[in-house]
Write a protein that binds this ligand. Structure first.
Ligand code: GLU
Length: 319
């Protein structure tokens, strides 16, 4: 008897680029890794444009990213979610936390915060000056969430067991900036829950953010997805590829060399002749041969983008 029941997807992944520029090799690696993890398990792969902060957005970048993904054969499931249209959802989560008395306004200047003598896992740890004082609620205050020192732990699929004590390692962190924009940490948690994401695959530059996100998920009563943090692509001087480090945009007119480089970066071993095949044959091979167990278990990895090869000697020096 044919099975007429719809198959329920138990894997929901996502790719969540910020439109601060066109897709470059670093973001391509994250897209390819998250896509292959989802599709090799017959899961869904959702797309979210993280355009929370208009000042950081480059006009046309969102459309350029979408077009590049389509040219590269990475079709997403469902509608694209744009964070710029989600303010009401972020506000509702913010108010829920406020009701729990987990938030407080903070009027410390950037300088006061940067001068903190305690340096944690992600820069200066906010000492909690405003936690104890009564700050008049004014529009120009940032809002922080109270943290505690209970360990937040999770097992990353590549980076092993991670534990943070948020109060000591990070400090109370901002959920709404002084200019009224909701912070990435809040938006990502609300959106992953809204999109029912079960598996987050992203760059290891966000590994230190994950405990903050798990903490917020618990406060908001959301479930916690599983996490896999892929090695971040760094250039010859050890910088993450980005618009600021002048990473070259992915060339949509010649996708194969870049797709091949991306899966090689992810520890896969495509046959030489694959470079001459079509994008569709590339994905067929990649899906049939995807081995997540061979992805390098590192936080960063050098890739020589100009020549298309990884050089062992430099790789060891940098990561
Ligand atoms: N928008 C972030 C970026 O482009 C990714 C956030 C995430 O995957 O959680 O780096």
């Amino acid at each position: 008897m044919p099975n007429s029941l719809p198959t329920l997807s138990v894997y929901r992944g996502r790719f969540a680029p910020s439109p601060t520029g066109p897709l470059h090799f670093g973001s391509l690696v994250t897209a390819v890794g998250s896509y292959l993890e989802a599709k090799s398990r017959r899961g869904e792969w959702l797309l979210r444009i993280e355009d929370l902060d208009p000042a950081r957005e480059i006009p046309g970048a969102s459309t350029a990213i979408l077009n590049t993904l389509v040219t590269l054969g990475m079709e997403w499931d469902g509608e694209v979610l744009y964070q710029s249209r989600r303010n009401e959802a972020y506000r509702a989560a913010f108010e829920a936390l406020e009701k729990q008395r987990m938030l407080y306004p903070c009027i410390c200047s950037r300088k006061e915060i940067a001068d903190s003598t305690i340096v944690g896992m992600d820069g200066p740890v906010y000492s909690g000056t405003c936690r104890a004082r009564s700050v008049p609620i004014e529009d120009s205050a940032a809002w922080r969430v109270r943290t505690d020192n209970y360990p937040v732990e999770f097992t990353d699929a590549l980076q092993s067991r991670i534990q943070q004590h948020l109060r000591a390692d990070i400090g109370d962190f901002v959920l709404r900036r002084a200019d009224g924009i909701f912070a990435y940490q809040l938006a990502v948690v609300v959106d992953d829950a809204e999109q029912c994401v079960t598996h987050v695959v992203r760059g290891a530059d966000l590994l230190n953010s994950t405990s903050r996100q798990i903490y917020l998920q618990r406060l908001l009563g959301y479930s916690t997805p599983t996490y896999m943090h892929l090695p971040v692509v760094v250039n010859a001087v050890g910088e993450k590829l980005s618009k600021q480090t002048r990473a070259m945009p992915v060339d949509s007119s010649d996708p194969m060399p870049q797709l091949i480089m991306a899966i090689r970066f992810l520890g896969q071993t495509p046959p030489k002749e694959l470079i001459k095949s079509s994008v569709a044959s590339f994905w067929k091979w990649a899906l049939e041969n995807w081995k997540p167990e061979t992805i390098p278990r590192k936080k960063c990895e050098f890739a020589d983008i100009a020549y298309g090869v990884n050089t062992q000697a430099r790789r060891q020096l940098l990561c």
